[in-house]
Design a protein around this ligand. Structure first.
Ligand SMILES: [Zn+2]
Ligand SMILES: [Zn+2]
Length: 298
């Protein structure tokens, strides 16, 4: 899911968006959505599944308290079109069609949490909104719920034991990575819950290719602190902050780097690599019809 805009977003805009998001949407949503008890029960009942690689939210049908959801959705729309891209202007109205914003947003939250690709594809057709844009909005809308779930899961399960390339909470594929300064160990980042986990550097996280002749990376002039890791088996790319490079000096902040490096997405796309996982999660990929859709996109 590349950032849905065709221009690079200025660093100041990214920071203004994140500040408004954390102070507004994040706080509002965590107080109105799924109860702590429901999340704890989910973690307890999923414990064996986590051990065998099934993400926490796989098949989770949340019972949502939708009160206030419209206000949150309009709030997110406003800060997205103000700071990220004007393509989000009137997004909630376009999403809602004949439904009320409350109904449309409740549905978006539930299907985003479930990682329901068919929902994104159908809605994209019905409403003429690119699926990437729906998924981008949906992921930021539900992030506070997933972040709470991650905290609950982390207190019950040692995530160092997690060896898969998709997120143990959301089931989403990684949207960015970083290479550690000292030993170059790779950490993957999830846009859903902002969690990180380590994964071997010499292996494609999307198709598990480990033939080194098929794995490579691109760099972009002026962006020496980043690599675009590529795979010539599945043709996907992963934006990666290389902390071994002298610049930029700051500690990785994945949100800032993900939103502020659309230059890298454009370069990867030009070279024929893609990042089209929309809402697709690893648990969909195990489902034959959906994994077929996934392969056809490659
Ligand atoms: Zn996640
Ligand atoms: Zn691959």
């Amino acid at each position: 899911m590349s950032v849905p805009t065709d221009h690079n977003i200025e660093a100041a805009s990214v920071e203004a968006f994140l500040k408004a998001y954390r102070e507004g949407v994040g706080k509002l949503l965590s107080s109105t959505s799924i109860s702590e008890l429901e999340l704890s029960q989910r973690v307890a009942s999923q414990f064996d599944n986590t051990a065998s690689g099934i993400p926490l939210f796989a098949g989770f049908d949340a019972s949502l308290d939708g009160a206030g959801l419209a206000r949150i959705g309009f709030g997110l729309e406003k800060i997205l079109y103000t700071h990220v891209s004007d393509i989000f202007h009137n997004f909630v109205a376009a999403l809602s069609g004949d439904e009320t914003p409350e109904e449309a947003l409740s549905r978006l939250v539930r299907h985003t949490l479930k990682g329901d690709v068919a929902y994104f594809e159908n809605l994209s057709r019905e409403r003429s909104i690119p699926a990437d844009r729906l998924a981008f909005f949906g992921n930021f809308l539900v992030r506070p719920i997933r972040q709470r779930a991650r905290h609950v899961l982390e207190s019950a399960y040692d995530l160092d034991q997690w060896h898969y390339s998709y997120c143990p909470v959301c089931g989403l594929w990684p949207q960015m990575a970083r290479l550690e300064e000292e030993f170059g160990q790779r950490h993957l980042w999830c846009i859903g819950c902002t969690g990180q986990w380590s994964f071997p550097r010499m292996r494609c996280p999307f198709c598990l290719e480990d033939n080194q002749e098929k794995l490579g990376y691109l760099t972009v002039e002026g962006w020496e602190g980043y690599r675009i890791q590529t795979c010539d088996n599945c043709h996907h790319y992963l934006k990666t902050r290389d902390e071994r490079q002298p610049e930029p000096k700051s500690v990785s902040d994945f949100d800032i780097e993900y939103l502020g490096t659309t230059v890298l997405d454009a370069a990867a796309t030009r070279e024929g690599y893609c990042n089209d996982f929309i809402g697709l999660t690893a648990f969909n990929a195990k489902d034959p019809p959906l994994s077929r859709t996934y392969r056809q996109k490659l």
